[in-house]
Design a protein around this ligand. Structure first.
Ligand code: ZN
Length: 415
């Protein structure tokens, strides 16, 4: 690019973010936009209208993933993708996901206004249901695109009211076989997702941008302990099979295992501990633990899970408590692509923006896109690290810096 000052119209972008936020199932400023709800469909229509107005050709797949394409001069080449999601959990704010969608669109419009002509097409992607609110599984659209969730598995999904995904997506207007959603490796040449950090580091350190080198992925394991209940006074200590004291050992075993890797990126959490019968004068007979282990290194994360399983066996035999484990999910972490990161770095330097390399500890659609294309993520700060709340906030200047660097990078990669 020859010009150093893209015609970035931040006011237009902020207006569009606010208009999109007002399309909500909740009273503004609260954003609630659950997949396939009326608000979700209206929001999609709004964004597709903006894409049309920008001269992009829009198409959708059978699950509602939306592709808005700016045709390059060599349309047979695989496109450069950018984008994110516009669904929002109940009681959310207006930046999560939407900055990547409307910011991606703005980056494209800036390049159009500058008279730039891409060689590769640039495709804006709006992923269906990044949030797990409705079907209990995150990144539905990108997961299916990468065929990590098969059509067969997708057909078994239901929402809390028992309505099938199949019925709901057709009612929302997305037809065609689910088999057509998965994309082969190479369909996208490269993919970049712009997103708010959802953590406090960039703001605290006064840095404009985060260049994401790794996306951590969670594994969650459910542990059920079955001991023997009884009267808290009547049953003496010898021979007790208290499910909760056994669970306490496992909670500490997970903490120890996560610390023992010596890596700052390994984290282990027990977020749920359900005790039955849950009465003050009754020995706990049954406990359910839900655990979450994350790392940027999949093998290291899995070793923590192995230690936890070993602790389960040891505690079960020593205490005479039956313990079963179930791996609920274990998505592999992603490593971002070096060539895209270099292009982002070059663009940030050219745009005179400060940046740091960082890890994304939350996961995003890019985690699944990484299965079928080289990916990277670009973070902008968000105030106090607050996200998934109505008071989520990213300043126009922060967003502007992200869009500026994204547009330069898209131009470089599509040339
Ligand atoms: Zn998001």
């Amino acid at each position: 690019m020859t010009t150093t000052r893209p015609a970035l119209t931040i006011d237009r972008l902020i207006d569009e973010l606010k208009t999109l936020a007002a399309i909500s199932e909740a009273e503004p400023p609260v954003v609630t936009r659950v997949v396939y709800s009326k608000a979700d469909l209206r929001a999609r229509a709004y964004v597709k209208g903006l894409c049309d107005a920008a001269g992009l050709s829009v198409c959708e797949d059978a699950i509602g993933n939306t592709f808005a394409r700016w045709q390059g001069s060599e349309p047979d080449l695989a496109p450069i993708g950018t984008g994110s999601h516009i669904d929002a959990i109940p009681n959310a704010g207006l930046y999560d996901g939407c900055v990547g969608v409307l910011g991606g669109l703005e980056a494209i419009r800036v390049l159009q206004q500058l008279g730039y002509k891409p060689r590769r097409s640039i495709a804006l992607v709006i992923f269906t249901a990044e949030e797990p609110t409705r079907f209990g599984i995150g990144c539905l659209g990108s997961r299916m695109m990468a065929n990590v969730l098969t059509p067969e598995q997708a057909r078994s999904l239901r929402d809390k009211e028992g309505r099938e995904l199949e019925e709901l997506r057709v009612a929302a207007g997305f037809k065609g076989p689910l088999e057509s959603v998965a994309l082969p490796e190479g369909r996208f040449h490269q993919f970049i997702e712009l997103h708010i950090e959802q953590g406090p580091l960039l703001e605290q350190e006064g840095i404009d941008l985060g260049l994401v080198t790794h996306i951590a992925a969670p594994a969650s394991m459910r542990i059920i302990l079955e001991g023997e209940g009884g009267h808290a006074g009547g049953r003496l200590m010898p021979g007790r099979k208290d499910a909760l004291t056994a669970a306490a050992e496992l909670i500490l075993a997970l903490e120890k295992a996560a610390r023992s890797t010596g890596a700052i990126d390994t984290v282990g959490t027990v977020g749920v501990c359900d005790v039955f019968p849950g009465a003050v004068n009754s020995i706990p007979s049954r406990v359910r633990l839900e655990t979450d282990v994350r790392d940027i290194d999949g093998a290291r994360r899995d070793r923590v899970l192995d230690s936890l399983r070993a602790a389960c066996d040891e505690v079960a035999s020593r205490r005479g408590v039956a313990i079963t484990t179930e791996l609920v999910n274990a998505d592999p972490p992603a490593t971002c692509d070096r060539a895209i990161l270099e292009a982002l770095e070059k663009s940030a330097v050219a745009a005179d923006k400060t940046f740091k390399k960082m890890v994304s500890r939350a996961y995003h659609d890019s985690l699944f896109m990484a299965r079928i294309a080289p990916v990277a993520m670009l973070f902008v700060p968000c105030r106090g690290g607050v996200s998934h709340r109505p008071d989520e906030y990213a300043s126009p200047e922060w967003i502007c810096a992200g869009v500026h660097v994204l547009s330069r990078t898209l131009a470089e990669l599509a040339s």
